[in-house]
Design a protein around this ligand. Sequence first.
Ligand code: ZN
Length: 262
Amino acid sequence: MKDLLLENMTWPEIRQAMDDGYDTVVIFAASIEQHGPALPEVTDTALGYLEAEDLAGRLGNALAAPVIRPGLSKHHMGFPGSITLRPEVFKGIVEDYISAYIHHGFKRIVLASSHGGNFKTLEEIAEEQSALHPEVCIVTGLPLEELDAALIKMDQFEGLPPGTCGGHACDWETSIMMLIDEDYVRKDKLQKGYVGTLNGELLDRFFNQGVGSVSPIGVMGDPTGANPERGRRYFNYYQRLQEKCILKKFEEWDMKHAHEKE
Ligand SMILES: [Zn+2]
């Protein structure tokens, strides 16, 4: 198959893929939001396409849905260009994606996000939709805490000061954007943002008063040393974690349902 993106396929190709056993669809939610002075608003969407298609390939028998954007980005609204959906609108879109793919006969649905602000709502949706469609395996990807833990590990692997991969327009995101297309990155505009741990009062401020109250340029981390080779390592590491997490959830679902059939 040419690629695993549903939006690039024709309907006969999709039907053929399903007949050949492609029963899983990977749905990524992203964002349209500020990513500091050096990265474009499309950053999470571009990452979402890369992650979704790669993940579909890793899972096998899986196709990737058009990446959903905008997402839930209230804390980025202090910067021009960011869009945030009302939570009920976002939820409605994700639910309609799920309904469509179930209608077409997919048996497993993965809900994942390339934007931190969507994670919690996706988990709620997965839980509700699983109850509504017990015959379909609906799971989410890595939880946000594990993404945060992975970012700490990425700093350690690369021997970087803690917080360099701070999670937003940081060394991690910038390096992967360079891997996708160096033209995305305004290299002369790369600037260090907030570098440090984000917990307690600061985390509260981040979400309630907005990213700008913690980093006036909208960057969490230090992207000034970003490069595509690092981007490749970050990407492979994260995708392996994601793959492992989802395969485990598939297995748990299969076991649970095998019991129910007994
Ligand atoms: Zn991002």
